[in-house]
Write a protein that binds this ligand. Structure first.
Ligand SMILES: [Zn+2]
Length: 145
């Protein structure tokens, strides 16, 4: 397991971020409500509402939470990783132990982009995804991404 790296070695709030102790990390893992994203060393709960960096023992702040159809997708930034990472993709990857590759995206089965519960997420190829959104969803919502 990584060492605590928040400077003071304690859990709690520090510089606006929530840091967790080793015990708090372990109890989350043991709860069965979290899966590990191996590539980025993250702990992600079943609906993507809490994403923890196991390198830093810190809860990653979620940005872009606007929930309407034109709103941005919620994302996090991961230290040492370039760009923004979408919550629904990270949640899918962690819970299904799968890595999204070129040409695939993660679809919300109920067409609600704010419902990132892992059972609502599925990997689709681009053609199938487009078909679903044009034929069934009639373009009401933009692609899940
Ligand atoms: Zn979709």
């Amino acid at each position: 397991m990584p060492l605590l790296s928040n400077g003071c070695g304690h859990s709690g709030r520090h510089r606006g971020l929530t840091y967790l102790s080793m015990n708090e990390i372990h109890s989350r893992i043991n709860s069965g409500n979290y899966a590990i994203h191996k590539k980025y060393s993250l702990l992600i709960n079943f609906d993507g509402t809490e994403i923890i960096s196991l390198n830093d023992f810190v809860v990653l702040p979620v940005s872009g939470l606007r929930a309407n159809k034109t709103g941005r997708r919620p994302f996090v930034r991961i230290r040492g990783v370039k760009g923004k990472k979408s919550i629904h993709i990270l949640t899918y990857e962690a819970w299904y132990d799968d890595e999204l590759t070129e040409g695939f995206s993660v679809h919300h089965q109920d067409f609600n982009r704010t419902n990132n519960r892992y059972t609502n997420l599925e990997k689709l190829d681009a053609d199938t995804h487009k078909l679903i959104h044009t034929q069934i969803d009639r373009g009401y919502m933009s692609y899940c991404g």
